[in-house]
Design a protein around this ligand. Sequence first.
Ligand code: DGJ
Length: 731
Amino acid sequence: MSIHYIESTKTFHLQAGNTSYVMQVVNDGFLAHLYWGRKVSDYRFANYLQYADRGFSGNPYPSEDRTFSLDTLPQEFPVYGTTDYRAPIVQVQLENGTTITDFRYDSHQIVNGKPSLEGLPATYVESDEEAATLEITLKDKLSGMKAILSYTVFEGRNVMTRSVRYINEGTESLRLLRAMSASLDFRDDDFDFLQLSGAHVRERHIERQPLRSGTQSVESRRGASSHQLHPFIALLRKNADEQHGDVYGFSFVYSGNFLAQAEVDPFDNTRVTMGINPFDFAWKLEAGESFQAPEVVMVYSHEGIGGMSRAYHDLYRTRLARGEFRDKERPILINNWEATYFNFDAEKIEAIAKAGSELGIELFVLDDGWFGQRDDDKTSLGDWFVNKQKLPNGLEDLADRVRKMEMEFGLWFEPEMISVDSALYRQHPDWCLHVPGASRSESRNQLILDFSREDVCEYIIKSVSAILASAPITYVKWDMNRHMTEIGSALLPADRQRETAHRYILGLYNVMEKITTSFPHILFESCSGGGGRFDPGMLYYMPQTWTSDNTDAVSRLKIQYGTSLIYPISSMGAHVSAVPNHQVNRTTSLKMRGDVAASGNLGYELDLTKLSAEEKEEVKQQVNDYKQIRSLVQFGDFYRLLSPFEGNETAWLFVNKEKTEAVVSYFRVLDAPNAPFRSFTMEGLDPNKKYHIQETDEVVGGDELMYAGIAIPANLSGDFQSLVWHLREAK
Ligand code: DGJ
């Protein structure tokens, strides 16, 4: 890893892992992008920047060179109004109402390590030797605004992070109308655009289409990163697939409104822009104030989509997630939500917990309905005190009973919400996001607390902390079940109302920071109606996320496969639930449900007391088997082998770093009559090692498994089948 500045050519060359990133200060201080891709030892401009007089692409004054236009220059920090007509990274409004800026290179510095981003989640290092950071300062004379662009490269990783700090160094008050985190111009457009889109109970489905002229974008205006569109895009070379080819990933470390886009210009440059969604955003900066834009994590892989994913997995698992559970095996849990919904009492909970403990399950999670008067979703959010009708002896007593069964005790919260029918709302009707005079739209019968307000945040920190301190709780599920409407805050002045959505996210990050660090022994799992806020921002505070409210094993193949493009397996909650499945009414085998859930952080979410003796035996076996492979699954390298988006079969493989042990899972959704024989090849094994396959008691070479493949037994019959092979190096 290194960052070089070559004074004679004013060139920055960043190197890390197998990658190089090259920029140059050209003309009167414009920061041009030259190259990002496979590592080159010494960039000598064989592929130099070329200039031509292009009609209708103007020339920035005072240049008299008609071939120099920002409209055609590949850049790192583009602005609008001075000849570039493509998407700008920033837009600043001056007191005179104008919005033109002209940022030029001012200075730079290279520092060891990686400075943190004030108030925001970001990747980090544990020692300064792990990374180096380049900070380039650009200045705009018109507004007095300074932009500090940060680029961090990490030792041995094909990763670069980018962010921008905007500082008002002028004398007047400025308004940021757009303050994106990263922009870069590829010098061609020979790419496909990959995104992860979906809906509630259908999250992160992979979509790939060729780039075309104009803009392709994904964004959220929902106040959350969302189930619908994901804060991630990748550009793929046309020949790139799971194993081969160049892939460029862009992942945004933020949980609110975002915009990610690729714009192809008439000369086949592709501009990627990522940051907080400028839609309905503005931020006032008084003289001397600054604004920190969140981080973009960029991965280059020449080993296809799989290589990109493994780079994200390693970084996000070890240098984004934090806390004492980061490197710990995650407990196998039983959650009562799909077992009881709101309809439970202490006796029922104890019965489920007892059944769980007899099966070897390690953690009981009490879901929604334990507080206030909450017997359905119409009431009590905000009233974080125990529902004595349901739990007459309180939480501590229940937690103690569960712990006597040798299980830990976990609890559900939805701290950001308020029900109109709650003591909190009756006392503080102005504590929710709202616009004066407008009605307050409900979603799941609830409103959103205004986390842009300090008093609201303080109240939530206090009331949630009081419950956490009141009982031996070692796990929290932090839920969030609606998106923002009527975005306005009672405390902000008129000219700051458009700051509300981002201030909310900053408030949320502050609340989560305080609570998670005050209770370091609690494992936090984030959730938003399943995977509606499965994003890197949340992972910084909570090392795992409930992947989806859809627990159907077949649906989960796509959801978990898509999620694995970016997120490490240790971050994905996956539960076995009852059949017919509550979301899609499908009946799958208990084996397949177990094998799909064992491909993430295994949990159960059904009434265990209703299982037959045989089913209990099977679950007991699943739990036991998972304990044998848990660290491999949660912390190993992950290889996708067959895609559920391409056919009836899915397969993936987990292998340890030493390549001495692997687990391979295969799933077939539907059986077919008189079907062809099937096999598939593995990846990620050591071709020079021999592996003992536990299930068949055979010894086979890694080379054979990877090049010749493994057969699916023809006698595997029926729908919803799965197979697992556990491989260990044969001595
Ligand atoms: C949505 C979550 O995703 C579910 O798992 C469950 O916790 C419910 N909320 C409870 O209201």
